[in-house]
Design a protein around this ligand. Structure first.
Ligand code: ADP
Ligand code: MG
Length: 135
């Protein structure tokens, strides 16, 4: 899937939200600026009916919770798995709600085997390539 601009990545997130079952863990991979948060904004707004402008990446707090059932992690600043465990975050991975995880590299060993992997790549002229797979 190629998106031409951020509005299309938002829309991809919105559409994807309708296909994902409760309890899913989505690991969002991609460089800084690849569009992980943009996709998450579309996804979360579809599930909560909050406007995208009110959805921010939890860069400093690691986790934002929406309606007790959408868990948006940004683990960029996390040092590793141990910190995630010590902060009591592991339980969220097995809850009924949906986890969206930016920088899942930080906790790769903790990701459940049913995790859905979403990778975003920079392409030329503001385009992004989005690749979804699960094992
Ligand atoms: P990340 O969370 O991966 O660091 P963000 O979603 O925060 O990335 O930022 C992506 C930036 O790139 C935003 O400023 C967005 O407007 C811009 N952008 C340009 N084209 C696209 C596109 N096709 N998809 C997503 N974002 C895009
Ligand atoms: Mg981000």
């Amino acid at each position: 899937m190629i998106t031409q601009k951020s509005a299309e990545t938002l829309q991809f997130g919105r559409d994807f939200a309708r296909k994902v079952p409760a309890g899913a863990v989505l690991a969002l991979y991609g460089d800084l600026g690849a569009g992980k948060t943009t996709l998450a904004k579309g996804f979360i707004s579809a599930l909560t009916s909050l406007p995208e402008t009110e959805i921010q990446s939890p860069t400093f707090t690691y986790l934002n919770i929406y309606d007790e059932r959408v868990f948006h992690f940004d683990l960029y600043r996390l040092k590793g798995e141990n910190d995630f465990v010590e902060m009591g975050f592991t339980d969220f991975l097995s809850k009924e709600g949906i986890c969206l995880i930016e920088w899942p590299e930080r906790i790769e060993k903790l990701l459940p085997k049913e995790t859905i992997f979403i990778e975003l790549f920079h392409e030329k002229n503001g385009k992004r390539r989005i690749h979804v797979h699960s094992f």
